[in-house]
Design a protein. Structure first.
Length: 273
């Protein structure tokens, strides 16, 4: 891949409040491949959501939650040995509060600015990085896990707690979404291409509770271990516009939940699955 990225800058991740999400949000996203929306959820809303977050983790543990740390050489190289990460897909099947959060107009207004008026939730995922030993994620692209026909998929990470670099916050390479589909970039196998983009060279997106970090599924991203004395809690949403869909045969969990507008690819066979 011959595309050259500009050197990342700590000033490149200009933030904006949800109420100020205008065309500047979209232009920033299109230029950089990510966007940090500040204060989308209020402190009161986040307190309710954290209660249900903790309840989900407790319920997972009651059924024997497994350590979901990634395997492979790339993960080991970024310090995954003896670390822990807990996760589950689709928090909306546990909690009505989290379903309401995904339907929150302030959240959807920002998403609409980025991908348009038809908004489909592909899946959500809870991540809990324990204090002092929270697992890292090596640099990777998301598209290998759920490729879509128009490559319009984005992620939005809802921060339940503060996320600092010491806590293993999201790190991104601004502009890397312009690389497009690069083979062998799922982060779980050796990649000479990914060697060009170490975690240390990426921009750290530190965030507060209620902030949402959006990024395109081509954007190179990862995170360092949580070595702080604090638990890092996030819920990731994977979203695409209603005129896009996941390629046939993909087996990743797919909620197909219409959060706003219309799903132009729904048909009777899907409704009967």
């Amino acid at each position: 891949m011959s595309t050259t990225l500009q050197e990342p800058s700590v000033t490149s991740h200009t933030s904006a409040s949800a109420s100020g999400a205008t065309s500047s949000a979209r232009s920033f996203f299109e230029e950089n491949g990510y966007y940090l929306a500040k204060g989308v959820f209020s402190p009161e809303e986040m307190r309710e959501l954290e209660i249900d977050f903790d309840r989900i983790v407790a319920q997972m543990n009651s059924f024997g939650a497994e350590n979901a740390v990634w395997g492979g050489e790339e993960s080991a190289r970024v310090g995954s040995k003896n670390t822990v990460i807990y996760h589950t897909h689709n928090v909306q099947i546990y909690s009505a509060a989290w379903l309401r959060a995904f339907m929150n107009p302030r959240f959807l207004d920002v998403v609409q600015e980025l991908i348009g008026p038809d908004i489909i939730l592909h899946h959500s995922k809870l991540f809990q990085k324990p204090s002092e030993k929270g697992s890292p994620f090596p640099m990777h692209q998301d598209w290998p896990y759920f490729p879509t026909i128009k490559d319009k998929m984005i992620a939005g990470i809802i921060h339940v707690t503060r996320a600092t670099d010491e806590m293993g916050c999201l790190r991104v390479y601004p502009g890397s979404h312009r690389l497009g589909r690069v083979e062998n970039t799922n982060g779980q196998s050796r990649s000479e291409f990914l060697d060009q983009y170490p975690l240390d060279g990426a921009v750290a997106l530190e965030a507060e509770p209620g902030d949402i970090a959006f990024f395109h599924y081509f954007t190179l991203h990862g995170s360092k271990p949580n070595v702080s004395p604090h638990i890092r809690k996030t819920v990731l949403t994977q979203l695409h516009p209603g005129d896009d869909r996941v390629e046939e045969g993909n087996r990743h969990p797919n909620a197909r939940l219409v959060l706003r507008g219309w799903n132009h690819h729904s048909r009777r066979a899907l409704g009967n699955e």
